[in-house]
Design a protein around this ligand. Structure first.
Ligand SMILES: CC(C)(COP(=O)(O)OP(=O)(O)OC[C@H]1O[C@@H](n2cnc3c(N)ncnc32)[C@H](O)[C@@H]1OP(=O)(O)O)[C@@H](O)C(=O)NCCC(=O)NCCS
Length: 160
């Protein structure tokens, strides 16, 4: 477990457990309803819970991110969300940094993300890449996206 201070109060960043799944779903759902991110139904969250890191402020879950491994080299950062009252204090950046640290520890060499806005990522050293530069398999989830026919996401990637 890791404790970091984001202003006040103290925020704890840690790997998610199954007990976090409902709170992660509740955090993501309002953003997914606004098409800001892909929905994550509970069964899918339980299946992928080992990918997730969470940020907790006291008892409350205030942020989440997932690192999904595609193969020996490539990982994806996904499902990044911070509760509205905790935004603009660096928490999203810390969650992405934590996912990158895990990618390094796992031995991945490259990590990408599909994002609506690239500022948070490019400030961390990610570069905007051509979507075609990513392997075909990363688009597997796209057919479930409500914006499949009007995709407005940018691909960013970093060597870790
Ligand atoms: C994206 C998000 C996680 C950032 O969390 P945060 O704790 O505010 O992040 P930080 O404080 O570290 O950095 C803030 C910066 O993130 C960037 N940002 C804002 N919205 C963003 C988005 N949707 N995607 C990527 N970056 C974003 C901005 O550059 C912002 O800078 P600002 O504070 O000067 O406006 C948060 O805005 C959020 O949960 N948004 C709704 C869900 C979402 O869009 N998730 C990303 C899916 S691609």
């Amino acid at each position: 477990m890791e404790t970091r201070s984001v202003g006040s109060p103290v925020v704890v960043l840690r790997k998610a457990s199954v007990a976090d799944a409902e709170a992660i779903a509740a955090l993501i759902q309002p953003y997914a309803a606004r098409d800001l991110m892909l929905p994550r139904p509970l069964p899918q969250l339980y299946e992928g819970i080992r990918d997730f890191h969470v940020a907790c402020t006291g008892e409350r879950l205030s942020g989440c991110v997932a690192l999904h491994v595609f193969d020996a080299a490539l990982g994806e950062i996904k499902s990044l969300a911070v509760s509205p009252d905790a935004q603009h204090q660096g928490l999203g950046t810390q969650l992405v940094q934590r996912a990158l640290a895990e990618a390094r520890a796992l031995g991945l060499s490259r990590v990408f993300a599909l994002v609506l806005r690239d500022g948070l990522y490019t400030r961390l050293g990610f570069q905007v890449v051509e979507r075609d530069a990513l392997p075909q398999k990363v688009w597997g989830e796209c057919i479930f996206c409500p914006k499949f026919h009007r995709c407005d996401e940018v691909a960013v990637a970093i060597d870790v």
